[in-house]
Design a protein around this ligand. Sequence first.
Ligand code: ARG
Length: 459
Amino acid sequence: KGQLQWGGRFGAGPDAVMQAINVSIGFDRKLWAQDIAGSQAHAAMLAKQGIITPEDQAAIKRGLEDIADDIEDGRFGFSDALEDIHTNIEVRLTERIGEAARRLHTARSRNDQVATDFKLYVREAIDGILAQVKDLMLALAERAAEHAATVMPGFTHLQTAQPVTFGHHLLAYVEMLGRDSGRLEDARKRLNECPLGAAALAGTSFPIDRFATATALGFDRPTANSLDSVSDRDFALEFLSALSIMAMHLSRFAEEIIIWCSSPYRLISLSDAFTTGSSIMPQKRNPDAAELTKAKTGRIFGHLLGLLTVMKGLPMAYAKDMQEDKEPVFDAVDAITLSLAATAGMVRDLTADTARMAALAGSGFSTATDLADWLVRVLKMPFRDAHHVTGRIVRIAEERGVDISELSLAEMQSVEPRITQEIFDVLTVQASVASRTSFGGTAPQNVAKAAALWLEKLK
Ligand code: ARG
């Protein structure tokens, strides 16, 4: 036991430091199920092509099934001396079934093996994340339908800009997550070519059927170039890029949750289930899940840059540098999985303070644009002139410490004599959002329709 696979040429075992820097079983054991699936497909193909006997394949099949059971039940002793998951499984198989196991590695190398395992892992991870994103989009669309007409302040520069509806704001994130899903689906399509059978780098002299193994493992086709097959990690990079953009979206939303929950804003609140307390300040209710979602973005961005850096100087074909591809991807998957779950949890948990939202929506002269639009529509004033007139009216309101809707008609007319009583109809926040009926605008009827469309698409 512990005898390395290339023992023929090697007289002595590795130095302890050599083993320490080389070993990957601590993390690549995560790939055990993919590794066994790849070996099963490979052995079945070898038998079908007459490269190994049906008896050998049957022994390999049973042996690998037993190993899968052992690993699942925690009975498999992973060994550092056996470097990685591929060697651990193959050596254990040899111990169990003998000779036949020693034929499994015909027409295969760990280089095409690991590329195949890792692609299978990323493909599954994409499917899991896509399901989670869909759940988050569903949560957002449901809350958006509920709050299609709930008015809140809309911001630019984090300064009160114009009233919008809370539902409209939530649906903005549904759009972003929809694009995130598209990026993952796209990456999945490009990933779905099977490297198995590329062998070490040059292909093999055995009459293998790469189309058969590709199909057996759910790939669309085999990869076309053996050098590229074993040295490509674009699929991992593309995955990390898509996750980075998604994490950036989750981080922006998390920051909004933090702002909305903050004492000066108080637009929403989170329950005990999604907040933590302070060990010293009894009044505190902190949005830690949002903060950590925001912070986990750092890991994901870092992993993208880390792996790009690993890859950027590698000549064809495989180099051990590429063993550093797994931990960043595994960690990014953990980070995004938690972030998506926490975000969906907060979306379902949050309570909107609709009275406070309406009050803040009306502050900061948020309907000034509606006043200017009225001057254009009713008095046929050029917009630039209307902007100027409105600015002077805002200044009067500001000096008096009131909202523009609280000015008298006489005060308005001191700036523009043609203004009539009707102006007051457009200065409420409800009138403001109701008027934004342009395609994609925040009018409650638009928002209700958009939320319904998303719900239909997602269900
Ligand atoms: N543990 C290796 C990895 O993760 C497997 C491939 C090893 N190939 C080799 N020629 N050393 O990349």
